[in-house]
Design a protein around this ligand. Sequence first.
Ligand SMILES: [Mn+2]
Length: 296
Amino acid sequence: MNKRIDLIGVQMDLGAATRGVNMGPAAIRYAGVAQGVRDLGYECKDKGDIIPISEGATADDMRNYEQVIDANTKLYQAALASHEEGAFPVVLGGDHSIAAGSIQATAKKFGKIGIIWIDAHGDWNSPESSESGNMHGMPFSAVCGAGPDCMIDFGQGPVIVDPKNCVQIAGRDIDREERKRMKEYGVTVFSIADVDRMGMPAVIEEAIKIATNGTEGIHVSFDVDAITPESAPGTGTRVHSGLTLREAFYLVEMLYESKKVLALDMVEVNPMLDIRNQTGEVASELILATIGKTVY
Ligand SMILES: [Mn+2]
């Protein structure tokens, strides 16, 4: 693992319907993530927060797209700079639309990569298939080249990730059209029912195989709504019957053991909906487990 961990906050909530997730980075920092990183023996550089432009163009099928693209452009540049300096970027969200810029940076640096996307939702909508027009439901589709293309085009020459190296884990609220698209493009989905049936050890073993098959490593994008709402209440799109905390921790512990993780997003922490920063603390601890914190 890299010796230096970079924290990059993104105060973005314009990709979501519910406001307030822009304060997520502060909640995760308040939970002590930087000190936790240092306690593991890394150098920790906090690059502060990216703030989107205050006003921008919008559309019914891509709400607040100009601000979403602006924040993604800035994040792409910041994360790529971290990669170039040999650091491991941890992106603190913010809504999930920011995974577009974050993943573009990882793909630009490493070329062929896999993605493990942990989420209650597919985030595989296009502007045409989306029922809400909320862009936090589109980044996984965008980075796989299935649109919206504007989400990954920052003038850098976008690098498309092969859906065959992409895995969704803990899905349980995936739209009908979205399912069709994920199947058509060949994304592997381990839904929450698959987690029940197979158990997390088998799921994560398979997921790592798929994401590392012929790639340089894995970009991990973790939406806290993957976790069951009783354990992670502070998020805008809660869906019942999610991952237990131990399933979530085991997952990231195994990712660390794989030594194949190239970058991490921890997103959708909404302090306005949280209970005494419970979800901010879970997010902080999940970040630490992904970079090597163990229970024993
Ligand atoms: Mn998501």
